[in-house]
Ligand binder design. Structure first.
Ligand code: HEM
Length: 403
């Protein structure tokens, strides 16, 4: 095969499609058109600027092979990892930390929380119905996912807002550490406040023997399997990894329900199909668009040579629509076989919170299809696609519906 053009700026992007941006500043809108073009024309796309040099992989086969090969595609893109965020570690550090936290994520341990999540979801939805509609993101998905993750960690409801603020600031602080970028220091202060709050919370959760994820991490700390720093940062990571991602999945599920004629009725009459629906949303309109890796050796991908030490972004969302893996991949179809989709990653870093995220979305969809006949997008307020402060997770920033 002819060698593929590796540099973004050398490519003739089709008319109407601006060159793909390394940093999504919100101006690219829905990214799927770029992904399609990249899969077909530049499956290994190098984007260079004065400050960055990044390789994007978009075909399923390549992305899958990379997430399954952590020795060649390392997660330690910043070495050593500045904070104890699981996704930033290679083994043996990664397998030790993952083994310690994994038991609290098992699907069975979610059972006690189903009623609480359902009650919260129902009251948020009823409030929206009572006022004849609203913004699904602001009025429903954000408060639901914050409440759920707070319940899973076992922090009081009244602290949810504060936790959300700290968590967003900590994510920005981490981004700054990773880029070695100077900052104002306010995000650092917020991260320290967050960690101090979590330490105090874990002391309390340990005393009360809380069965939550927070209680479990606290026990691991007190038993000497985690240091205090690791325990606080892991708890923060769970909060960060768990709320924005789920907000977007829930919002995208709403979106697909309103876009696909007949789906509400089908799911209401056949609740057993809701599982398939949620899985197809995770494939077709996933949350985590991409994950980052660094090559540990020179390697060839789709005919292009990547040097050792290359910064690579694996476009999970592009891979998920690759028709070579999912026939007619650009079509939303709840009857398709979605197995192997990469919406929650794959390999050693596969998402630990997947059962929780799916449960939350499943509960939401069950309620929706029973309560929301006649729901429609508000034509006066179009969807703004990309969310602001997080460059990896992209989804609708608002989703106004009327009923
Ligand atoms: C890892 C997606 C919700 C906790 C990941 C990864 C993806 C992902 C793609 C792999 C990262 C990589 O390979 O570098 C999602 C999506 C979610 C979601 C799409 C919701 C729709 C959650 C929730 C939690 C969570 C609710 C916690 C309660 C984690 C953890 C990891 C992870 C702890 C790290 C696993 C590891 O590195 O070993 N997630 N996630 N996630 N996720 Fe999620």
């Amino acid at each position: 095969a002819a060698p593929l053009p590796p540099y973004s700026h050398e490519l003739a992007w089709p008319e109407g499609l601006e060159p793909f941006k390394v940093v999504d500043d919100g101006s690219q809108g829905d990214p799927y058109e770029h992904y399609r073009w990249m899969r077909e024309n530049a499956p290994v796309l190098r984007c260079q600027s004065a400050t960055s040099d990044v390789w994007f992989l978009s075909r399923y086969e390549d992305v899958y092979a990379a997430v399954r090969n952590p020795k060649l595609f390392s997660s330690e893109v910043v070495s050593p990892p500045p904070l104890t965020f699981l996704t930033l570690f290679d083994s043996p550090g990664h397998s030790r930390l993952r083994k310690v936290v994994q038991p609290s994520f098992m699907p069975l341990s979610l059972e006690p929380f189903v009623d609480q999540i359902t009650a919260r979801a129902e009251s948020l939805l009823d409030a929206m119905i009572a006022k004849g509609g609203g913004d699904v993101v602001e009025d429903y998905a954000i408060p639901l996912s914050i409440a759920t993750i707070s319940t899973m960690i076992d922090v009081p409801n009244e602290d949810e807002e504060k936790m959300k603020f700290w968590s967003d600031e900590t994510f920005s602080y981490f981004g700054r550490l990773a880029r070695n970028a100077p900052g104002t220091g306010t995000d650092e202060q917020s991260a320290m406040d967050f960690f101090a709050y979590l330490k105090e919370a874990m002391e309390r959760l340990h005393k009360s023997g809380s069965p939550s994820i927070g209680g479990h991490i606290a026990r691991m700390w007190k038993d000497g399997l985690l240091s205090e720093k690791e325990a606080k940062e892991l708890c923060a990571f769970v909060f960060i990894a768990g709320h924005d991602t789920t907000t977007i999945l829930v919002a995208n599920a709403f979106r697909m329900l309103t876009e696909q004629p007949g789906l509400v009725a089908r799911l209401r009459d056949n609740p057993a199909d809701i599982d398939r629906f949620v899985e197809e949303v995770a494939r077709y309109r996933g949350t985590v668009q991409r994950v980052s890796r660094m090559t540990t050796e020179e390697t060839v991908v789709s005919g292009v040579t990547l040097p050792k030490g290359a910064t690579v972004r694996l476009l999970l969302s592009a891979a998920n629509r690759d028709s070579a893996r999912f026939p007619d991949g650009e079509t939303f179809d709840i009857d398709r076989d979605t197995s192997g989709h990469l919406g929650f990653g794959n390999g050693v870093h596969k998402c630990l919170g997947m059962p929780l995220a799916k449960l939350e979305t499943l509960i939401s969809v069950k309620l929706l299809v029973n309560k929301l006949d006649g729901m429609a997008f508000d034509p006066a307020r179009p969807i703004k696609y990309v969310r602001g402060n997080n460059l990896t997770n992209s989804g609708p920033e608002n989703l106004h519906v009327i009923m």
